[in-house]
Structures are given as C-alpha cells and as structure tokens.
Design a protein around this ligand. Structure first.
Ligand code: UDP
Length: 258
C-alpha cells in the first residue's frame, strides 16, 4: 500500500492511483462518521462488507445497463474503479419518510410517500451538505439541465431496481443517496454512478420486523452495526455463511474465489 499514490482520503474510503490511466483503486475503511463528522467510530469489518455489497449492487446496475464506475473487486477491501470527475451533488431518492424529512416537514417516520421523491444536496462538508434546488445547481454550474435530467432518470431506474432487489430478500428500501461522475471519452462525456452504494448510504428496514439494518444503527447508538450489515450481505448472497468479515487488513482474494 505504501508504494501507491494516495489521491484522496474521505471519511469512509481512500482513493489510490490505479494501475492504468483513467482508473483508481477505492479502498473501504472501517471508519464510520455521522452528523457531519461530529461522531466517529471504527467498526471492524464494515469496510469489507461495504466493498462486497457495493460491488454486488454496482454489478446489478451494469446488468440493467446503468453505467457505473465499478470495474472489478481486487480484494477484501479494494475495488478497481473508473476515474471520474465527481458531480458535487448528492442525489437522494426517498420511498418512505425518514431522517431529515421527518424533521424538515414534520411527517411521520416510516410513512409511505405518495411517490418516490428525488432531492439534491450540495456536497460541501463545511456547510453540512445543504439541500439545494435545480435552480441553485444550474445557476452555480454544478451541473447543467441535461445532466440534472440524466441524474434524475438514472436515480429512478436505480430506485426501481434496488427496491425490487431488496424486497426480494425481505428488506424495505426506505431511501438512499447516490453520487454521479463525469466520464470523458474523447469528445464524449457521460454520467456514471460513482462512490458506493451500501448500508452506509441507504436506509434498509427488515420488512417483517422493521429492524434497522443500516447506518442509522450507528447514528442512533443502537449497536450491532456490522452485524446488521453482515445480515444484509448474507441475504443478498454475497457472503458465504462461514466467511468472516472481520479481516483486519487487505487480504488477497485467491483466483478460485473470484
Ligand atoms: N445520506 C448519505 N450521506 C449523506 C447524507 C445522507 O449517504 O451525507 C443517505 C442517508 O443514509 C439516507 C439518505 O441519504 O439513506 C437520506 O438521508 P437524510 O437526508 O434523511 O439525512 P440524514 O438523516 O441521514 O442526515
């Protein structure tokens, strides 16, 4: 690891220079943060689980021809991804009321929304990722109207796909956040899904019991965070029953495991 050039370190991931131009290595840390970095913990094994879950979801999106930055998983904590220019907007899709929507609009936690709602947040830690409208996004050139249309259309397809995928394993997709990146190929540019899609960025409730299976367990001090993530991974079939997610460092995956 020491030989590689670090490009960026975020709250839950590190990006290293990739082996070829146009690629990066995305390393999943065990760090968990909430409330704009005011709360921090190291949850052993979380990075391993998110690497696997995000891989599984990104591969599923590729299969329905939603383009993503994911190329392939390298080992327990790392994946090879396409180097993109991140659009500084977090796109949130909501199916049920939760989190900031409860506080902002005084709606009942868990109630169904009349239709899926898309929101945009400006990616800026100093400002605490404020909610913004399409007007702000275009006025400040964070994205153009075509890109906003593309992000909305992709977000709804991703929502349909993931809602069905999770429902199939008894999990309700309450809401989630996705990020997009610009990929340049000659004169062409396209938007592709970047970052990660994992229980860190989704709200996932057990359909039978209502149990929380996502980062809210950490935000609300409910405990059992990695256990819940492991259960999500197990239900999606991405962890073998006897596989440990508690690996401390990167472990090379043998060929027959891929
Ligand atoms: N979310 C995220 N990163 C953020 C903010 C939100 O991944 O910086 C996710 C969050 O996990 C939830 C959805 O986006 O699945 C909607 O979050 P909300 O706006 O309710 O904010 P929160 O209550 O998480 O502060």
């Amino acid at each position: 690891m020491a030989r590689r050039k670090q490009i960026y370190e975020g709250k839950a991931k590190i990006l290293f220079e990739g082996p070829e131009p146009g690629t990066l290595i995305q390393y999943f840390k065990d760090d968990a943060t909430a409330f704009n970095n005011q709360k921090h913990a190291v949850l052993e094994g979380k990075g391993v689980l998110n690497n696997r879950i995000s891989e599984f979801i990104m591969m599923g999106l590729e299969r329905i021809s939603v383009p993503t930055h994911f190329i392939r998983r390298l080992n327990m904590r790392e994946q090879l991804v396409r180097h993109v220019e991140i659009v500084p907007i977090e796109v949130v899709v909501r199916n049920f009321v939760a989190g900031s929507l409860v506080k902002r609009l005084g709606l009942e936690d868990g109630s169904a929304l009349p239709r899926s709602i898309i929101e945009f947040y400006y990616k800026n830690d100093e400002l605490g990722d404020p909610l913004v409208s399409e007007e702000h996004i275009t006025a400040f050139n964070w994205a153009n109207p075509q890109e906003i249309d593309d992000m909305m259309a992709l977000a709804l397809r991703i929502n349909d796909y993931m809602s069905g995928m999770f429902a199939g394993v008894g999990i309700k997709l309450v809401d989630f956040k996705i990020e997009f990146g610009r990929q340049y190929e000659g004169d062409m540019m396209r938007l592709i899904v970047a970052d990660e899609i994992s229980p860190d960025s989704c709200r996932l409730w057990d359909m039978e019991t209502g149990d929380i299976m996502d980062k809210d367990r950490f935000r609300k001090d409910l405990g059992g965070v990695t256990e819940a993530y492991r259960e999500v991974a197990r239900r999606l079939g991405v962890l073998r029953e006897n596989e440990s997610s508690g690996a401390r460092g990167p472990v090379l995956v043998s060929d027959n495991e891929k």
